[in-house]
Design a protein around this ligand. Structure first.
Ligand SMILES: [Zn+2]
Length: 398
């Protein structure tokens, strides 16, 4: 027992040592939505006060520091069904900008891959802005450039609902993937040097994006479909394409029903009942189901490590990252309760025999490689391609 504990400590020590040199980059955190929905703060970053420990949540500055987070992708997320989606995305972007303004000694806005290393040198957290949900385009290409100008460097094409130009993984497929407008969105993201995120899209869209995108892509918060049959996870044949000329990254996510088949089956009725907003009423629905079906089963850190090993085994450790998807609810897996826990995940990989370089890749270097390639491709394309303009109606329905 003492020996096992000592081994555990050695692995954790090794993870912490590694993170002295390598930035830990997390692919997805919904803190801006948590701040917006907080009953007291109601979107006021200063009132929310990230400097204090939020025991009712999973993300704050003390625990980001404890978890050695070196780079965080913050989602400017809005649900598909929200009223005024374009305005709402701007409000979410504004929350991220106000986080930067409130804590300049903590967050360094990362516009370029090189900013991640600079943040690490300065002892700050590289803050990478992402927009989750193409619903905020309101069927026009122009907001893409405005988001980019505001600092967004990644876009999750859709969320839980199918849009006029793209099929969601968790809704009815209406377009056979992307429409012509949807393909233009992907090309414009390439041109801008923004990372295309295929979390939430249908398998058909995943395949099409991998064909269209001339830069590597990411799945910022998804797991392996082979281990957990959730539509949000990545099927094997798409994983295989990632290893081809396309390149890209699956950033393994902590959502219990994307990790464990047992949890997925237990949560399935709740998933189907929660149309689009992943937060509202979720805890009440879980409590109601627990009264009739017993305690909700739990996913574990070890099961998440299984996903990481599966994806690495299939397409190589260079194509795996971490994308927690913390969103403020206490439904997290055992061992991955909040942002302080990242080193423990790396420690588990060390205990399974992973090398320093493979773990450094998963921790952050793989993401930096992808971000650099996306930036380079944007620079190349901007020399020859002009900005794409127009609305869905200008592109036809094909
Ligand atoms: Zn999401």
């Amino acid at each position: 027992m003492a020996k096992a504990a000592a081994r555990r400590d050695a692995a954790l020590r090794r993870a912490l040592d590694l993170l002295e040199k390598v930035p830990l980059i997390d692919g997805h955190n919904d803190l801006p939505w948590v701040i917006r929905r907080d009953a007291i703060a109601r979107g006021d970053v200063l009132k929310y006060d990230l400097t204090r420990r939020h025991n009712d949540g999973d993300t704050d500055i003390p625990r980001l520091r404890q978890g050695r987070v070196g780079g965080q992708i913050w989602a400017a997320y809005v649900p598909t069904e929200i009223e005024h989606p374009a305005r709402s995305v701007l409000e979410q972007i504004d929350i991220i900008l106000r986080m930067h303004a409130a804590h300049p000694e903590v967050f360094l806005p990362a516009m370029r891959p090189a900013d991640i290393a600079r943040a690490k040198r300065l002892g700050r957290i590289a803050s990478i802005m992402a927009v989750e949900g193409g619903v905020g385009l309101e069927n026009s290409l122009s907001p893409l450039r405005v988001w980019h100008a505001a600092g967004a460097r990644l876009m999750t094409l859709c969320h839980n609902g199918t849009l006029d130009w793209i099929d969601s993984a968790t809704d009815t497929a209406r377009h056979g993937g992307l429409t012509a407008f949807g393909r233009a969105v992907v090309r414009e993201l390439n041109r801008l040097g923004m990372i295309v995120d295929c979390a939430h899209v249908s398998p058909e869209v995943m395949r099409q994006v991998l064909d269209i995108s001339t830069a590597p892509i990411v799945f910022s918060h998804s797991n392996a479909r082979a281990l957990c049959d959730h539509p949000r996870n990545v099927p094997d044949e798409v994983l295989d394409k990632l290893a081809g000329k396309a390149d890209g990254l699956v950033m393994a996510t902590f959502i219990p029903d994307f990790i464990s088949e047992e949890v997925r089956l237990w949560m399935e009725p709740i998933r189907l009942a929660l149309a689009n907003d992943p937060v509202t009423d979720r805890m009440e629905m879980i409590a109601a189901r627990e009264r009739t079906h017993g305690a909700r089963p739990q996913a574990t850190l070890a099961q998440l490590a299984d996903h990481i090993e599966y994806i690495a085994g299939r397409v190589g450790p260079r194509r795996v990252g971490i994308g927690s998807d913390f969103f403020g609810l206490p439904t997290t897996p055992v061992g991955l309760e909040d942002v302080s826990r990242f080193p423990h995940l790396l420690a588990e990989l060390f205990r399974r025999g992973w090398s320093d370089s493979a773990v450094a890749g998963i921790a952050g270097r793989n993401f930096i490689r992808v971000f650099r390639a996306v930036e380079r491709e944007g620079e190349r394309l901007r020399k020859r391609a002009t900005p794409a303009v127009g609305r869905t109606e200008d592109f036809g329905s094909g």
